[in-house]
Write a protein of this length. Structure first.
Length: 480
């Protein structure tokens, strides 16, 4: 968790509340400073470096403390709290610029989660995305776009054209190509760079929680809704909202998102009030949205609303010329991280890397280089080192062997023979649809078992949307 070594300022005059906050971070190596007066907190925020502020809204019911703090430190995230569940306090705090609002008494685990999320969000805002080369050494890990080929030059040119406009942008590309970096670059060079950059991964949040995450909820809207809660759209008012993996959004939520884009208003879950929002949307997906539209899995009208402007990131296999500078960059970065004075790679190892298909793209290449540095123990990385790592990472599981894979193929062939025999003897009409049904049933059942019933994870492994997965589960009678 990002809060483990964080520096937090607690602005709260209520001793029991402070004790609960301190106790929430007792397991972490967190540096905590407490104060009980708004002016003291403001002065501390100016003279000391903090990663986040946790403040009691009761210190200043009009939320002007939050506004003053945001003016003094615009990118310092503030988590506001208050006793009771009055939604008015929460709304005022968020309007004043608070990252989030939590009711008191504070739930320690929820506070730790929100603080970690806020710190990560602040880092995405403040850490510049550098368009550089292997000699760019001052950027944080994962924050450099590297590539000098024609395909990446087109990306840079499109990025330059779109940063100065407030239009909705759809970023497309395979997993690991750097879609989040492009989104952050759009934000950092855009007209709302002084406002928050709020992110939601539509594939990572369980479907039944995603609506509340996006639009917030009213007290009593569902079991466990003990207080009103603002959503990401309200947090991103007058700011930028990055919707990652938009292709995994459920059809019902697609309709509500379309309404927001058309009317610039939201309704919280369980609420009736229309809340105006002014949000710049940046969306990203690795899915083929045109195919999903044709299959009825993605709304055509929403697709055109999101696809006002687009940036397509090429896969690494289509820009092999960028592999040498990428490798050089990762060698230097991870060499420093692992305390390797002169990380090196042989010419044949570099040629081998240029010949690989890289289904995981730049992210996979980075992981392979890091593992190779660990295994090389200070010597130059050679092709056999890389071959071994790629074999290990491409195996279905660490323990999978050639014998077990051969056994699985034998079992599949026996099933095919048995199905064909049934068709030949007239027991079934045709072998192909029967075999297809058997395979789909087995694949879906196993995906749900391995994912522990997590549909988002299972759909990601299967390469289909959650909507398609849910339809297939219902059709096959497979329980979640």
């Amino acid at each position: 968790m990002a809060a483990r070594s964080a520096r937090l300022l607690i602005a709260n005059a209520d001793a029991p509340s402070v004790d609960r906050i301190v106790d929430a971070f007792s397991r972490d190596e967190t540096y905590l400073v407490t104060c009980g007066h708004p002016d003291e907190a403001l002065e501390l925020s100016r003279t000391e470096s903090f990663d986040a502020v946790i403040c009691d809204a009761a210190l200043d019911p009009r939320a002007s403390f939050v506004a003053r703090l945001r003016k003094a430190r615009p990118r310092l995230p503030v988590i506001a709290t208050a006793a009771g569940s009055d939604s008015g306090i929460a709304i005022e705090a968020i309007k004043a610029g608070a990252y989030d609002f939590l009711p008191q008494p504070i739930d320690g685990e929820e506070l730790r989660r929100v603080v970690a999320e806020a710190i990560a969000a602040a880092r995405r805002m403040t850490t510049a995305v550098v368009i550089g080369d292997a000699h760019t050494t001052d950027a944080a890990p994962g924050d450099v776009l590297i590539g000098r080929g024609r395909a990446m030059l087109e990306v840079y040119k499109t990025l330059g054209r779109l940063t100065a406009t407030p239009v909705t942008v759809l970023i497309r590309g395979e997993t690991g190509t750097g879609k989040e970096l492009i989104a952050r670059a759009l934000y950092q060079h855009g007209h709302r760079a002084h406002q928050p950059f709020v992110t939601v991964n539509c594939a990572a949040i369980p479907e039944h929680l995603l609506e509340s995450e996006l639009f917030g909820h009213e007290k009593g809207a569902f079991t466990g809704a003990i207080a009103s809660r603002v959503g990401k759209f309200e947090q991103a008012h007058n700011a930028t909202l990055f919707l990652d993996e938009i292709g995994d959004l459920d059809l019902s939520l697609q309709s509500k998102l379309l309404r927001v884009l058309q009317e610039r208003r939201i309704q919280r879950v369980g609420g009736r009030e229309d809340i105006p929002v002014d949000v710049r949307i940046i969306a990203a997906t690795h899915r083929d949205l045109e195919r999903m539209v044709a299959a009825g899995e993605f709304r055509e009208d929403l697709f055109y609303r999101l696809n006002v402007a687009s940036i397509s990131l090429p896969p690494l296999r289509e820009r092999a010329g960028d592999i040498p500078p990428l490798v050089d960059f990762f060698l230097q970065r991870h060499g420093r991280e692992l305390d390797i004075a002169r990380p090196a790679i042989t010419a044949r190892a570099l040629r081998y890397l240029e010949e690989q298909p890289w289904p995981g793209n730049v992210r996979q290449l980075q992981n392979v280089i890091r593992r190779a540095l660990l295994q090389a123990r200070g010597y130059a990385i050679d092709a056999p080192d890389l071959q071994k790592i790629l074999r290990e990472t491409e195996s279905p599981s660490p323990s999978a062997s050639a014998d077990s894979l051969a056994g699985a193929r034998d079992g599949l062939e026996r099933l095919a023979r048995h199905t064909l025999d049934r068709a030949r003897q007239g027991e079934i009409a045709a072998a192909y649809p029967e075999m297809q049904e058997l395979m789909e049933q087995a694949l879906l059942t196993e995906a749900m078992r391995l994912s522990g019933g997590n549909q988002a994870r299972a759909a990601q492994w299967l390469g289909i949307s959650r909507f398609t997965l849910r339809q297939k589960l219902q059709k096959r009678g497979i329980r979640r």
